[in-house]
Design a binder for this molecule. Sequence first.
Ligand code: S3P
Length: 183
Amino acid sequence: MNRGTPERRIVLTGFMCAGKTTVAHALAARLRSTMLDTDALIVERTGRTVEAIIREDGEPRFRQLEQAALRDALENRDGARVIALGGGAWAIAENRAFVNAHYCLTVWLDATFELCWQRIAADSHDARPLARNRDAARQLYEARRAHYAEADLRVRVGADEGADSIALRIISALTEWPPSSKD
Ligand code: S3P
């Protein structure tokens, strides 16, 4: 990458099952770096699954752990160029401010609700307790879009495109970053 993005870290956001973790792996491989996933960090730090934490301790406790994982990722693990957030992390103003204060480039993987829901429903039962049915998932999806739109870059993703191809599109967009004012 050139211009404004030589070593900036890239943070991927977007709704559940938009492909953040998979694309983060592909992006990190293309950048010859490594990736972190805040959900995976929580599992690593607690030895419990995200769904168990939400179900047994409640969402507020999960959000505390998520914030701690995000701080850990940004403050202590700066070898990783790519960070995949859980779908709710970017909806919290304090987390957005924290990511921005670390001068990260943020990318919104924008998938349609139908695509996300198809994948959520196909995943193991109750893997995502906050999207326990279609209506609950839809409400969250709509409520969060305005926050996702605050990311630096919006990348529309469909069902048919592979993670590597999406990663290449992100790299190409960021190579031209920041867009000139006429864009
Ligand atoms: C959540 C998304 C999940 C996980 C948790 C809560 C959310 O991550 O962090 O179940 O609030 O959107 P993915 O976006 O990776 O599914």
